[in-house]
Design a binder for this molecule. Structure first.
Ligand code: NAP
Length: 292
């Protein structure tokens, strides 16, 4: 069953990619969208999509105070546009750090978590008081299939998405009794700006000669694969946006929504392998309890 009442969205990172495609799909059906951007030029471009329905607050999600200011402003302003506060928060803003685990500096690792984990956490903490007050709302966190499966060269990105998945899965249980829904969206490879300007090589990742040989078959090979796939990803962000709308409209939205055939394949492989490990080691695992 779907609902068609115009709704109010707050989506982080609408300058391109998933954020832009989802915002466009919501605007196309008459919803109001506050889409965060980081420059005046991007704000102008976003508002121009639908001047009556689109608003573009400037926000870097690592600025905690600003996440609270933006949430309060949307709550206050949406009333004037016929809305009753934020119906759907989408934590989309993020980037991917590329680098082997050993070669990545802690500074780069922390910066990755600041955006992908703590930025989303701050945004949720800013919006939840309003949603709790109304006993309604939906939080959608764009994680990744990398939040389920690790690949060489993406360890810190993966770590950030695993962390966001753990926080989100827990939050879903905490807020379900309060009428708030929570969904994780787990895309595979999609043709956005992610593999271009949103993919950062770790500062220490200069193919250090002392590491290059030892890690060539794993980290090096995966870096080459990532580079060769850039711009060729099978996933279409516009189709992803339609899938996310379906999930948001559903009476019982999924806790997790995989996007892309690759994501479904990798997730299935991961879970099948994990179940096999559980079975293979079951006797050892359960033998650790006190023997009464
Ligand atoms: P994208 O086109 O590069 O979009 C990334 C967006 O995040 C941009 O709007 C960017 O804003 C914003 N952003 C980055 N850091 C920010 C910060 N500190 N504060 C506020 N906004 C920030 O890439 P995308 O693929 O759509 O990425 C969106 C989400 O999808 C990310 O969370 C990513 O991890 C996830 N994802 C992508 C893929 C994929 O294959 N594309 C797969 C799985 C998951 P600026 O324009 O100002 O930089």
């Amino acid at each position: 069953m779907t609902t068609t009442r115009p709704r109010t969205w707050l989506i982080t990172g609408v300058s391109s990619g998933f954020g832009r495609a989802l915002a466009q799909a919501a605007l196309d059906r008459g919803d109001r969208v506050w889409g965060t951007v980081r420059s005046e030029a991007d704000a102008d471009a976003f508002r121009a999509l639908a001047p009556d329905l689109a608003r573009a607050p400037i926000l870097d999600v690592t600025d905690e105070a600003a996440t609270h200011r933006v949430a309060a402003a949307v709550e206050a302003d949406s009333g004037g546009m016929g809305g009753g506060g934020i119906d759907i928060l989408v934590n989309n803003a993020g980037y991917g750090l590329v680098g082997g685990v050993e070669e990545t500096s802690l500074a780069d690792a922390r910066a990755q978590f600041e955006v992908n984990v703590f930025g989303a956490l701050a945004m949720m903490q800013a919006v939840l008081p309003y949603m709790r007050g109304r006993r309604a709302g939906h939080i959608v966190n764009i994680t990744s299939v990398s939040g389920l499966v690790g690949w060489p060269s993406l360890g810190l990105y993966s770590g950030s998405k695993f962390a966001l998945e753990g926080i989100t899965e827990t939050l879903a249980q905490e807020v379900a009794p309060l009428g708030i829904k929570v969904t994780m969206v787990e895309p595979g490879g999609f043709r956005t700006d992610f593999a271009g300007r949103s993919r950062k090589r770790s500062e220490a990742d200069t193919d250090r000669p002392d590491l290059a040989a030892d890690y060539d078959a794993t980290v090096g090979e995966c870096k080459r694969i990532l580079a060769s796939h850039a711009g060729q990803e099978r996933g279409d962000p516009a189709r992803a946006a339609r899938a996310i709308l379906k999930a948001v409209d559903a009476e019982t939205p999924p806790l997790r929504l995989l996007l892309g055939e690759d994501a479904v394949g990798y997730a299935t492989m991961k879970l099948t392998g994990q179940l096999a490990d559980i079975e293979a080691w079951r006797a050892v695992s359960v033998d650790t309890d006190f023997q009464a």
